[in-house]
Ligand binder design. Structure first.
Ligand code: ATP
Ligand code: MG
Length: 357
């Protein structure tokens, strides 16, 4: 199978974790006779340094022409003095908007070997933890009208508008139903329909859409209750779908109950399976260049790419099983190291996954 992949290593530890991921890509390419046309391009701080802008036109074009995008991380203290559209992070927002990546998928998986990292009571996670948060990414209050008004007396007021069109709701909940149908056939929709008009439209729309998925059990919960229930008993949930702001909060909460920022991947998708895949962590400038970063979140992001964009579930499973086995055998990078485990560098961890595969 021939696939074009735009690769954006980015800043900080981005290039280090990407290097290990590309080794794994090459291995799978050879083993299963795929053809992955990898085009590396600049975005973020490195692009500002070399070309003066966070997202050069040719990078955006490469992303548009690709079947999928792999992204390391962008940003760092070197560019903290910049503002607005000059900032490295702008590259991500522009790619999301220009390519219409409206669906953000954030799995929160607790690997059996990592139970000690979970801040919840052991009895709550006996069966492990495997959640998927599906967040609407290009609408809602982050993209509605906003304004600050200064009165004659100098005092100020400000507003943000939470706006959703039913088509925007329908396309994201469809993706959530599809994901739920491949998992436990259980979907939780999170809103604030007791207070917000846009949430009432959200709920009405998802109930309508549910008629097309009669075998999925759909439930609803208000955001405040959902945030609480996630800590009280996370295993009552499987797939959760929600709007932009609630999803921002819930996905961070869900990932932190697994306790391992260096282990979690994410995907941002359009309606045609094209997507951008990146670890949930940032560029970690404090450990950049030290061969210390955990490459597993980036490697697992590639597994998500195989599954979601290329329908290559076998390849995704091989990666995921290898990562699980490496952790089971006690191999760790510094961020997840504990007593009685073996500490590896970034390079060694990449090699360990490859050997296991
Ligand atoms: P961003 O704003 O880009 O999300 P951030 O400020 O949230 O960035 P990160 O860059 O994610 O922060 O780093 C947070 C902490 O987690 C840092 O101490 C960093 O070293 C650590 N960290 C992040 N990713 C990894 C990783 N892959 N391996 C090891 N440690 C990591
Ligand atoms: Mg962050």
């Amino acid at each position: 199978m021939k696939k074009k992949i735009a690769v954006i290593p980015g800043d900080g530890i981005g290039p280090e974790v990407m290097k290990q991921t590309l080794r794994i890509l090459r291995f799978l390419e050879e083993k299963f006779r795929h053809e992955f046309e990898v085009e590396e391009c600049l975005a973020g701080g490195v692009a500002i340094d070399k070309e003066g802008v966070p997202l050069p036109d040719h990078t955006l074009k490469t992303c548009k022409d690709a079947d999928a995008i792999l992204l390391g991380a962008v940003g760092g203290p070197k560019w903290d003095h910049l503002e607005g559209t000059d900032r490295p992070e702008r590259a991500l927002l522009t790619i999301r908007k220009e390519l219409g990546f409206f669906a953000n998928l954030r799995p929160a998986t607790l690997f059996p070997a990592m139970k000690d990292a979970c801040p919840l009571k052991p009895s709550l996670i006996e069966k492990g933890l495997d959640l998927m948060v599906v967040r609407e990414l290009t609408g809602g209050i982050y993209f509605g009208e906003q304004k600050t008004i200064t009165e004659k007396n100098g005092k100020k007021s400000a507003y943000d508008t939470m706006f959703y069109h039913e088509d925007e709701i329908r396309r994201i909940v469809k993706i959530a139903f599809e994901i739920a149908s491949k998992r436990k056939r259980k979907l939780l929709s999170v809103d604030k329909a007791n207070v917000l008009e846009s949430s009432r439209l959200w709920r009405k729309t998802i109930i309508q859409e549910a008629k097309n998925y009669p075998d999925i059990c759909l439930e609803h919960m208000y955001i405040d209750n959902a945030a609480m229930q996630l800590i009280r008993d996370p295993n009552q949930f499987d797939v959760m779908v929600t709007g932009n702001m609630f999803g921002d909060i819930l996905s961070d909460e869900a990932s932190m109950i697994t306790g391992s920022i260096g282990l979690l991947p994410s995907a941002s998708l359009d309606a045609d399976q094209k997507g951008m895949y990146e670890p949930i962590h940032g560029s970690a400038p404090d450990i950049a260049g030290q061969n210390k970063a955990n490459p597993l979140a980036m490697i697992l992001s590639a597994a998500m790419m195989f599954k979601n964009s290329f329908d290559l579930t076998r390849e995704a499973d091989i990666i995921e099983s290898a990562v699980e086995k490496v952790l089971d055998e006690g191999y760790r990078t510094a961020d997840i190291y504990s007593e009685n485990t073996v500490m590896l560098t970034t390079e060694e961890m990449g090699q360990q996954v490859l050997d296991t595969m």
